[in-house]
Write a protein that binds this ligand. Sequence first.
Ligand SMILES: C[S@@+](CC[C@H](N)C(=O)[O-])C[C@H]1O[C@@H](n2cnc3c(N)ncnc32)[C@H](O)[C@@H]1O
Length: 341
Amino acid sequence: MTIDPDQSELASRYRRFAFQEASGRSPLYEHLAAKAAEDAAIIALIADLPQPKQQPNLLFAAYRHILGVPSDYSEFRRGLTDRFDAVRSIMLERSTQTNEPGRCAVLLPVLASLPQPLALLEVGASAGLCLFPDRYGYDYSSKSLRPPKGAKPYPVFPCRAAASVPVPDTLPQIVWRAGLDLNPLDAGDPDAAAWLETLVWPDQEERRNRLRLALGIVAEEQPTLVQGDLLGPEFEALCRQAPQDATLVVFHTAVLAYVPSTADRMTFADRVSASSDVWICNEDPSVMSQFSFTAVEAPSQGAFLMSVNGQPTAWTDPHGAWIEAIADVETSVLSSAGGRL
Ligand SMILES: C[S@@+](CC[C@H](N)C(=O)[O-])C[C@H]1O[C@@H](n2cnc3c(N)ncnc32)[C@H](O)[C@@H]1O
């Protein structure tokens, strides 16, 4: 059986996932996606799902949710074929809301360089784990930072920071925080927490342990997480709630890829600029091509581009494992203040 020509783009998507996203990060996911990309019967099963639900990440997480971690492709193929209805219903019901608190390590140099204290508003917050950069520890190449003694057990995020990145000596002072999401998750809900853990790739045990510690902190803190679309009225309403005497930082990481329309992303950018003091956008550079950000060469495939108030400022690892400055972080921030400063 050969791949149906109508499904060849889907097969390519699984191949790209194997060799561009999973390669070097998860040998198991690389193996599963590479094999699935050549398997006409499996591609036909996936093609039957609505297009936004055909993601490799979602398929593998839904499979693991029902059947656990497969040891190889033959086990995966057998399980998926036998239990496709159950896997399919998880895929339809849930989405890839992967919440990666390690991204705080690349946000921190910008956050710490701003006038303190800060009010943080995260758009596309999932369970809100990135709203607590002041509650985690960090091991950068040149120095380490830890929360004050007596803090609840916290994860420590390793991050290779290039010499050009101003790694702070202290954690930022955050006096207000809130998140907005289409489907906010409650870190204290065991089912939501289990799904977030399943979204971490199987070969990444340390990442999963750090996620668990972050979930413990956020479950206790119960941040304000509002349900709404980033283009809906909830966004401006939340901005208005932030205290006037704090620097209002609106940020988002790994969210705009879920907003397919360029016009919608532009409208969102205009609204953030008008309503915040500082806008941090940490996303795949392709979603920002309308701002001409792609002129800067990415240091590696899949790198995120962090821009501050519309200025390309750093290349970052999508999970926060490294950061390389493009422009001077402090200059970027100060030369391009947003609507409230
Ligand atoms: C991949 S997760 C990233 C979560 C978090 N920002 C992080 O970096 O860990 C993307 C999140 O964006 C949310 N999202 C996608 N489109 C959205 C929209 N139009 N408005 C609000 N939230 C959205 C999803 O529900 C999901 O929780």
